[in-house]
Design a binder for this molecule. Sequence first.
Ligand code: MG
Ligand code: ZN
Length: 217
Amino acid sequence: MTVRVIEVAQRVLADNDAVAESNRRRFHEAGVFVVNLIASPGAGKTSLIIKTMEALADRARVGVIEGDVAGSLDAEKVLGAGAQDAVQINTEGGCHLEAAMVRRALDDLALDEIDLLFIENVGNLICPTHWDLGQDLKVCLASVAEGDDKPVKYPEIFATSDVVVLNKIDLAEHVDFKRERFYEPLRPLNPRAPVFELSCRSGEGVLHWAHWLLGRR
Ligand code: MG
Ligand code: ZN
């Protein structure tokens, strides 16, 4: 008898893609533009959502799906900062969000009351790369405080994102961040993705990014 090998990983990802497509249809029917925000822990995902929301205060109603291993801290933060609606997903150890988790969260999210939905993925630059959630835009967020070697070490997320945001640029000289060490490997990986340098702390560059995002909607 021959051993049968089942390609579980591919099958699971194919199932995920089907759910992601149905999420995408649901978002489009509701007229909601969706951002899948991927970054390592501490890069400033929640801060970017809050600053973008503030910059677009009168122009877009923002909803947030927060993905975290545990707790509801970030959902509370974005609601306190004026999000129209927010839902927290706890993955209970899971290191990425999947389309089915987002579909489940949509039961609790007032889609018809929002224009722009941020999905804050679990802090991780590796596996969130492979899981389509039904987004319009996949955003890779990095910060200078993490170092300038991220495109070399995690090429896939930089290669497959629609846009790259580089946060904490006000700290660049304090943490010895060298732009050429960041950009030289990034450009061949992804020549088409625009890169936005900004600082959520000082506010520098945030308006430029927020207006570009609004234009993509
Ligand atoms: Mg966060
Ligand atoms: Zn994972």
